[in-house]
Design a protein around this ligand. Structure first.
Ligand code: NAP
Length: 283
């Protein structure tokens, strides 16, 4: 029977740290503040925004929403972003994506102030990750994976890790973070030959395929530590991971559930970045 690596205790301990740091900043007269830029009124953006605001309030971070109409022209949108960039009372910026088609994301991502870039959109911050500078703004989901493993004292030094994903938001930055922990990393993808053999031989397997329950017991061994990053529609308003949890659960060493695993830690990482941003701005 596998150990269940739940996200909630990991998120709780990160949030406790943030709360103490936010309190200390407030005592110095600084209110750590997140600026949320939302273009349009998409239901999933609004629901995510509500969650972020609630999370911010729970740790003493102030959230300010900049609601921009979905048909705002590119030049006006750039002006709004520049104003938020230059506002010294806003420390971190979260911009919901995808942006409408008429907004050039390639330009926008380069404009966001790298010191306020809590979601690691600006290539300057992403480049740092690939240079091994991992204590700044790193992509939140990969960071959440590492935090879960560390929280449960899973050894990373020398561990063989197989990541099934080569995207810029998950697999590639995550591979750099594992290298930073002196793990040995194999990055897998849709063209990887004999994928189950590769993953079953790894100590840690990270699944981020985006295909519901694709990873069955043949992808793992009884010694596998399984981290499921996938968020898939399971019907009836439910979500599931990439791992066939019910069948795999009894045949591996440890596993993250979906929901209640990596995803619940990701939002805590985002909040921790607001504190880093606040310290960057006020120093
Ligand atoms: P993505 O860009 O579509 O990447 C999917 C990866 O899976 C690609 O590298 C792809 O290979 C690989 N893949 C697809 N089919 C495969 C197969 N049959 N065998 C092996 N590899 C296969 O997606 P993403 O944006 O990185 O997100 C991946 C998943 O993570 C999604 O379920 C997403 O919802 C979830 N996610 C979760 C969080 C969180 O906080 N938990 C955050 C972000 C994303 P190729 O490169 O060869 O196409």
């Amino acid at each position: 029977m596998a150990e269940i690596l739940k996200g909630a205790p990991v998120a709780k301990s990160i949030k406790e740290r943030i709360k103490a740091e936010a309190e200390s900043l407030r005592q110095q007269g600084i209110i750590p503040t997140l600026g949320i830029i939302r273009m349009g009124n998409r239901a999933d953006d609004i629901s995510y925004e509500k969650g972020v605001i609630k999370n911010c309030e729970s740790v003493g971070i102030q959230a300010r929403v900049f609601e921009v109409s979905a048909d705002t022209p590119m030049d006006e949108f750039v002006e709004i972003l520049k104003n938020v960039n230059e506002d010294n009372n806003i420390h971190g910026i979260l911009m919901f994506r995808p942006l409408p088609a008429h907004i050039d994301y390639e330009i926008v991502k380069n404009l966001i102030d790298p010191r306020k870039d809590i979601d690691c959109m600006n290539p300057i911050n992403l480049e740092k990750v690939f240079e091994g500078e991992l204590d700044g703004f790193v992509p939140c989901t990969p960071k959440a994976v590492i935090e879960v493993l560390k929280h449960y004292n899973i050894p990373l030094v020398g561990a063989n890790v197989a990541i099934i994903n080569r995207s810029m938001v998950v697999g590639r930055p995550l591979s750099m973070m594992f290298l930073g922990e002196s793990s040995t990393v194999t990055i897998c993808h849709s063209k990887t030959k004999d994928l189950p053999k590769v993953t079953a031989n790894a100590d840690i397997v990270v699944g981020a395929v985006g295909k519901a329950k694709m990873l069955g017991i043949d992808y793992f061994s009884e010694n596998s530590i399984v981290i499921d990053v996938g968020i898939n529609d399971a019907g009836e308003g439910k979500i599931c991971g990439d791992v066939d949890y019910d069948n795999v659960f009894e045949n591996v060493k440890a596993i993250t559930p979906v929901p209640g695993g990596v995803g619940s830690v990701t939002s805590a990482i985002l909040l921790s970045h607001v504190i880093i941003a606040c310290k960057n701005i006020v120093k």
